[in-house]
Design a protein around this ligand. Structure first.
Ligand code: IMP
Ligand code: MG
Length: 193
């Protein structure tokens, strides 16, 4: 089947008018994940943590952080749908796909792509804590500074970033840009810029 030129259009990120500057390069992401992985490896020595990522934004981070941890980790995934506009969540979350693995007695680490208002994480933390894990911590790649009403309890944070809408490395706008290597500022429709 032939596709129209528009469907096939994948301009280089530098040429895409909806993309702004690179906020964190792929190399910087990988370096930081290496450090976080070492920290988790030493904090959880002798244990087998269960990493839980929320689809889909955290998929790239999950794949890389899991390989940066030198312990027998297990992986599981959840899918949630949050009500809100394209670039803002409401904190009202519905579980669309639940976990396969029982959390009781497990050392659970929630692997999050980005904490903005913190509402999604709040909901998740409460939901997972009710399943009796031995421990429950959060590892977030990105934290938007000053956006949370209450300081979120994050054991591991990759980068603190300003209040910009970012895409790439798993993060999307309407499902696009997840496969970009770097994290970039989104300046297109709906970004408020
Ligand atoms: P929160 O509930 O406001 O903390 O939003 C958390 C979720 O919203 C994240 O897990 C992302 O899926 C999405 N999100 C928040 N900020 C951004 C962003 O800058 N780019 C892409 N997705 C974002
Ligand atoms: Mg998302």
């Amino acid at each position: 089947m032939t596709q129209s030129a528009t469907d096939n259009e994948h301009p280089h990120p530098d040429l895409d008018p909806h993309l702004g500057q690179i906020l964190v390069t792929h190399d910087a992401i990988q370096r930081r994940i290496g450090e976080m992985g070492e920290q988790i490896t030493s904090d959880y020595a002798g244990r087998a943590p269960l990493l839980i990522a929320v689809l889909k934004g955290a998929v790239m981070f999950m794949a890389d952080i899991a390989r940066a941890i030198s312990l027998p980790v297990e992986l599981d995934f959840m899918a949630v749908s949050s009500y809100g506009t394209a670039t803002k969540t409401s904190g009202v979350v519905r579980i669309v796909k639940d976990l396969d693995i029982d959390l009781s007695g497990r050392d659970v680490i929630i692997v999050e792509d980005i904490v903005d208002s913190g509402l999604t994480l709040n909901y998740l933390r409460k939901n997972l804590a009710a399943r009796n894990p031995a421990s429950l911590e959060v590892c977030a790649l990105l934290l938007k500074e000053g956006m949370q009403k209450v300081e979120p309890d994050l054991r591991y944070v990759g980068f603190r970033i300003p209040d910009e809408f970012v895409v790439g490395y798993g993060l999307d706008v309407a499902e696009r840009y997840r496969n970009l290597d770097d994290l970039r500022v989104y300046v297109g429709p709906g970004s408020g810029h």
